[in-house]
Structures are given as C-alpha cells and as structure tokens.
Write a protein that binds this ligand. Structure first.
Ligand code: COA
Length: 373
C-alpha cells in the first residue's frame, strides 16, 4: 500500500455575488406582486398571503451574508428568480466542466504537477448537469489527462467520499495521482421563491490532487492519515428531480423537484452524528481531539459548526480552529469544506493535524484526517 498526500488544492469563485439585502429585495418584490395578484382570494380566506423574507433573520439563522453565483441577473429578476445559463452546443465545454477545469488547474499548479502526472479524474458533486457522458471525462479531455474519469454524487459529502475513492486508487497503485473536483452550481436547484431556503446556497468549484506520497514534491502537502465515511437514510433533505419525472406528468415542476429540507430536523439530527463520527475517527487513530489544530467543516450553518466543534473540544472553538467561509460563499454543497481547506492551510506548521469533514443529504458524513508535511 502506498502512502497518500493531498499535494494541491484549487478554487474557482464566480465573478458575481449577491448580498442578503439584494436577495431579500427581489424576494419581497415578488411576494408583493403575488399577494396583489391574489388579493381577492386572500380576502376571501381561500389563500394565505405569502410572508416577506428578512436579511437580519437570514444572517442570524445561518451566518450567511452573501453568496457567489454564476448568474446574478436571472436570480434577482422577480419575474424569473432562476439563474439564466444559456444552453451550449455539444462542441463547447459545458459550464460545469469550465468551472471544474479552473479549480483543477490551480490545484495542479500548487501541486507542481501537469496533466501528464495525473491518471484519473473524479467529479464529485451534488449538482451534475447531465447524466452522461460523465463530466469527469469531459474535464479529463479538457486538461489532456490520460487514464479514466467518473462522476459521483453523495450530495454535500461528495468531496470527502471522492477523496476516499481517490486515496484507495492511489494506495492500491491503480493511479499515481487522482484529481477530485467539486463543481457546484447550487443555485440551479434552489427554489428562490421558497422563503425558508432561498438564501441557503451559492456556486463555486474546488479541486484537490490526491497523490502518491513518495512521488509528491509540492510545498503544500498534507498526508492523508485516514478516511472514514457514514451514511444513514433520511428524507429531511431531498431533491426528487430525475429522468423518471417525465413518466409521472402529475409531478412535473413540483417544488420537490428542487432542493427541499426540514432545516430544524437536519440541524438537530446531523450535529451529534458528525461530532460522534469525527470523535470516533480520531480515537481509532489514537489522536486526542486537543491535538487537532484545524477543523475544515462543511459550510451550511454557522451555529451548526460551532456546536459540532464544541461537542468535540468541550469548549468554544477559536476562529482559527474552525475557519468560516459560509459568510461570503453560503452553502456551496460539496465544495464548502474544501474551500475552507484551500483558504486556511498555509499558516499551519509542519506536523499540524487537521480534520476535513463534510455532511449533508443522505444523510452522509465524511471525515478525513490530515497531517501537514
Ligand atoms: N425570513 C424571515 N423569516 C423566516 C425566513 C426568512 N427568510 N425563513 C423562515 N422564517 C421564519 C419561519 O417561518 C419560522 O417562523 P415561525 O416561528 O413563525 O414558524 C421562523 O422564521 C424560524 O424558522 P426555522 O426554519 O425554524 O429557522 P431556523 O432557525 O431553523 O433556521 C435554517 C433555518 C435553514 C437556516 C436552519 O434550520 C439550518 O441551517 N439547518 C441546517 C440545514 C443544513 O445544514 N442543511 C444541509 C443542506 S446540505
């Protein structure tokens, strides 16, 4: 078995960003229009008027202040409230491929590698834009990588599950290195007319290069000490969009064909599961929690992250111990924990321990223990 390192990370951030105030202004304009158009039915008591959204609520409930997006105008247009991402011909790179390649090039650069050093590409994300051909194979071709590629979807946990799959391939000698890329256009599956969730997501792409330790030359290496995954079925985060929708016309366009969740239940159920999994994982590797310098957690909700690290450490974490990126990125699904890793790693000394952890729909939870080389 070969030892494995993450030898480079990369991040693509969209050029446009939406503040809570901008999002709420568009939402409330639509609510007023909707309530005015249905004034008679509301007066007769046949319809409940829709309630306004509120920027202060959003920041207090989630910690989110703004989010990067691929198309601001389409989302903020009260007559549309959906990003406008025009269709491309099959001869052009897909938008997900473009984002993935930008993040992958940065990971390769930090790893001091070229596509000739890579044997496989895994695109691991929640929001794949098509079933096939795999986006990973398109990314492979765009970068000029020989070998193989495949897509996988484990919702918000896709990155850590992808990293474990990549580690397995490198450990077994099936690949010298594997690019794991997480391109997420979460705004494509977000219902911007649902007050409970319209503020939750943003768009981004991340990449990590998982490489054989004895081949790696990068100054930014983290040894992968261990990975641990867990899934447990839940209906509390769901998206029923799929190719069988056309065979059930009665459901086409229903709210459940976009992201829906029971946020409170998710909060209550997932926090203890994550703390327990990370705690167990560290224990199995004879690592005391107090020896961990950094927790790069999935970025969905600030209070959730505070609670998880508090359960682990027995005290509040410092901002350095559990870095936050969701304030400006919102929830970017599988990309979130890797954005935190990418942005908050260069200050760590050699030998420092960190845990990369994702959690989300499924439920699915992943933990990756890393040691700075
Ligand atoms: N503006 C104003 N009020 C709002 C609102 C908005 N945008 N959205 C909801 N509210 C209201 C609700 O209607 C509710 O009113 P009520 O008390 O009169 O019924 C109240 O605010 C509280 O709503 P609730 O949904 O219980 O808020 P919350 O504190 O649970 O926060 C989330 C909501 C989504 C931020 C939070 O539950 C969460 O982040 N959960 C975890 C989600 C997660 O990690 N998901 C993983 C996805 S990958």
């Amino acid at each position: 078995m070969h030892s494995v390192v993450i030898s480079g990370t990369g991040l693509f951030t969209p050029a446009q960003s939406i503040t809570n105030d901008e999002l709420v202004e568009s939402f409330n304009t639509w609510v007023h229009q909707h309530n005015a158009a249905n004034a008679d039915a509301i007066a007769r008591g046949e319809l409940e008027p829709l309630g306004e959204s509120n920027a202060a609520f959003i920041e207090k409930a989630s910690g989110i202040k703004s989010r990067f997006v691929m198309d601001k105008a389409g989302i903020l247009d009260p007559q549309r409230m959906v990003p406008r991402l025009p269709e491309r011909s099959n001869d052009e790179p897909s938008i997900l491929c473009e984002m993935a390649v930008a993040a992958a090039r940065q990971a390769l650069e930090r790893a001091g590698r070229t596509p000739a050093d890579v044997d496989a590409v895994i695109v691991a994300c929640s929001n794949l834009q098509r079933p096939y051909p795999a986006v990973a194979i398109e990314v492979q071709q765009a970068l000029g990588i020989q070998g193989f590629g495949f897509d996988m979807n484990v919702a918000c946990s896709s990155a850590t599950f992808g990293i474990q799959a990549a580690c397995n391939a490198v450990q077994l000698g099936q690949a010298r290195s594997v690019l794991v890329v997480d391109p997420e256009i979460c705004t494509g599956h977000l219902n911007f007319r649902d007050r409970d969730s319209h503020f939750i997501f943003g768009d981004a792409a991340t990449a990590v290069l998982v490489e054989r330790a004895d081949l790696a030359t990068s100054p930014y290496q983290f040894e992968v000490l261990s990975t641990k995954l867990l899934t447990q079925f839940s209906n509390n985060i769901r998206n029923n969009f799929g190719f069988l929708n056309r065979a059930a016309e009665e459901g086409v366009g229903g709210d459940d064909k976009l992201f829906v969740q029971e946020g409170r239940k998710v909060f209550r159920e997932v926090c203890p599961m994550v703390a327990e999994l990370i705690g167990k994982h560290l224990e199995e590797n004879d690592i005391e929690v107090s020896k961990v310098s950094r927790f790069w957690l999935h970025q969905a909700n600030l209070s959730m992250n505070h609670l998880i690290v508090k359960k682990l450490l027995g005290r509040d974490a410092t901002p350095e111990e559990a870095p936050v990126i969701l304030d400006t990125y919102a929830n970017t699904s599988s990309a979130g924990s890797v954005i935190a890793l990418h942005k908050y790693q260069d200050d760590l000394p050699s030998g420092a321990l960190g845990v990369l952890s994702s959690f989300g729909a499924g439920y699915s939870i992943g933990s990756v223990i890393l040691r700075k080389r």
